[in-house]
Design a protein around this ligand. Structure first.
Ligand SMILES: NC(=O)c1ccc[n+]([C@@H]2O[C@H](COP(=O)([O-])OP(=O)(O)OC[C@H]3O[C@@H](n4cnc5c(N)ncnc54)[C@H](OP(=O)(O)O)[C@@H]3O)[C@@H](O)[C@H]2O)c1
Length: 517
């Protein structure tokens, strides 16, 4: 084997990220020739490198079937960084330093010899580059390969830390984590037969978003909100995760998944748990994850005998966007012309506990909606006595607190103000906090945050097995029922609109409306 080296990260910017530099390590990416590696993982690693946040000794080993040499793979990764991180093509830090720590092994995940080769390269990097025996395996492959890779890592001895007590081995598992309760449990069983739970990092990139983390700070670092964060003051909560894009050529994947598996089971339920959980006693992974799981456990199962009052599913048909014709879901490549896969869902959920009894949580998510936006809106109850009845203002609007997760990350509070005039007229106004205005720096992307957390051994933002299980327990009966129903109860909406009218009926039946996004 030829001489190996690892990269030496520039010095950390001490002031901006104190105490956040991980141990030396090697990250092994299974599926390194794929889309995720190119678009997210390598650009995120390079960003961390440029910030001085990668460890002193750090290496990346990419594994996939497509034959690359170290050099051709490095070149592919350089182009990815140029494209997705907007660095110049001759960026000197990359070509002089970062690329030297990148290696590639051409393998088939089913071939035991590949793991032997990997082991040898890892040992060599430890020896020559001081990566300390610490290993981070990243499963960036189609989920059908997760069990196979995990079992091979176990059989080859790579799953156990090289120097027990002194070095660590962790594994990051991409989504989707199973496709129903049973398959998720089976995957967990395989994972935990090889790795300890504390070695397993189930990634939900939504949780790495700055605004999502800020939700915890907002709730628990500000004394003024917690006293009103309950059924006495909150009328209802809306969670919207809207995408403008369609399925982007991933018909095969989406036909198997659908909106609930792709968005609700993981991202939306994680957001719901962060909004509703009790304050943890410390800001520490176990405490936070315990509270998240407790909130999830309290979500009321869907009443299957009255499902239409609680869940609406939709699928987009042909539509228009800025004069451009958008195809129907059923006309997308690799999608059945009779497909009943949902590309939209609107749900009503309740959390049966002391804090949230009878407060509805309305969720709306879909593909090919008019814009890309993720937002949580808390609508407070109206003032108890309408003092201003009989004035020129007919109705006083309720207060709204909106947490914008993307784009234009920020928080706004809507309250009523008097219109300056000699008459008494009231109008809602917004008090705005925008990340981009309040802080000079742009927030790191989710993958930057999560990769660093994983190297640092902080699992707080990763999903624990019990949460995954509870989330699947909630949505699996719904998905089974929809499957049994086939096309009955599947409503269509034009691409570029906010979903089928039945989604409006779901919330209007309760005397409420969706907030404009
Ligand atoms: N792409 C995203 O933005 C995104 C976002 C969130 C989550 N994810 C998740 O991330 C994972 C990867 O997604 P992706 O979009 O990167 O998938 P992808 O583009 O299809 O890449 C799959 C990778 O797996 C490799 N592979 C497949 N079969 C193999 C085999 N038998 N032996 C060796 N290598 C094999 C492929 O290598 P060859 O092509 O060289 O064979 C390729 O590198 C999935 O679980 C996905 O759900 C992706």
């Amino acid at each position: 084997m030829s001489e190996t080296t690892v990269l030496t990260s520039p010095a950390r910017a001490e002031s901006s990220h104190p105490h956040r530099r991980p141990d030396p390590c090697t990250m092994v990416i299974f599926g390194a020739s794929g889309d995720l590696t190119e678009r997210k993982l390598i650009p995120a690693l390079y960003y961390l490198f440029r910030q001085g946040l990668l460890p002193e000794g750090f290496g990346v080993i990419g594994c996939a079937r497509t034959p690359y040499t170290n050099e051709t793979f490095r070149e592919k990764m350089r182009r990815a960084v140029v494209k997705y991180l907007n660095v110049p093509p001759d960026d000197s830090a990359f070509v002089e330093s970062f690329h030297k720590g990148i290696y590639y092994i051409t393998d088939d995940f089913g071939d035991p010899a590949a793991y032997e080769q990997l082991k040898q390269l890892l040992d060599k990097l430890d020896q020559d580059g001081g990566t300390g025996g610490n290993r981070l395996f990243y499963l960036a492959t189609p989920p059908s390969f997760f069990p196979q890779i995990v079992q091979h890592l176990g059989a080859s001895g790579l799953a156990t830390p090289k120097f027990p007590g002194k070095s660590w081995t962790r594994i990051v598992v991409e989504k989707p984590f199973g496709r129903d309760t049973e398959s998720a449990r089976e995957l967990n069983r395989i994972l935990t037969s090889v790795f300890q739970e504390e070695q397993i990092y189930r990634i939900d990139h939504y949780l790495g978003k700055e605004t999502v983390q800020n939700l915890l700070v907002f709730r628990f670092a500000n004394g003024i909100f917690e006293p009103i964060w309950n059924r006495r003051y909150i009328d209802h909560v809306q969670i919207a995760v809207a995408e403008e894009i369609g399925i982007e050529g991933r018909g095969g994947y989406y036909e198997e998944a659908g909106l609930v598996r792709d968005m609700i089971q993981n991202h939306v339920l994680s957001l719901l748990s962060l909004v509703t959980m009790e304050p943890p006693s410390t800001f520490e992974a176990t405490a936070v994850r315990d509270e998240k799981a407790k909130a999830m456990r309290a979500v009321r199962p869907f009443p299957l005998d009255r499902l239409h009052e609680y869940a609406v599913r939709g699928q987009y048909v042909e539509g228009w966007e800025n004069g451009r014709k958008l195809p129907a879901y059923r006309s997308e490549p690799n999608v059945s012309p009779q497909s009943t896969t949902e590309t939209f869902a609107a749900l009503k959920l309740y959390i049966d506990n002391w804090r949230w009894a009878d407060v509805p949580f309305y969720v709306r998510s879909g593909k090919r909606l008019p814009k890309r936006v993720s937002e949580i809106t808390i609508q407070f109850r109206r003032a108890p006595h309408l003092l201003f009845r009989g004035t020129l203002t007919r109705a006083v609007e309720p207060n709204l607190l909106s947490v914008r997760i993307q784009p234009d990350e920020g928080i706004s509070l809507r309250f009523n103000a008097k219109i300056p005039d000699t008459t008494m007229q009231i109008k809602p106004v917004d008090m705005q906090f925008r990340y981009s205005e309040a802080f000079a720096t742009s927030p790191p992307t989710a993958y930057e945050t999560l990769l660093l957390d994983c190297m640092l051994g902080d699992p707080m933002l990763f999903t624990r097995a019990d949460f995954v299980d509870l989330a699947w327990e909630l949505v699996t009966p719904l998905l089974n029922r929809w499957k049994e129903d086939g096309k009955k109860g599947l409503y269509f909406y034009e691409a570029g609109t906010w979903g089928p009218p039945e989604a409006d009926h779901l919330i209007e039946r309760d005397g409420r409306t969706w907030h404009a996004l």
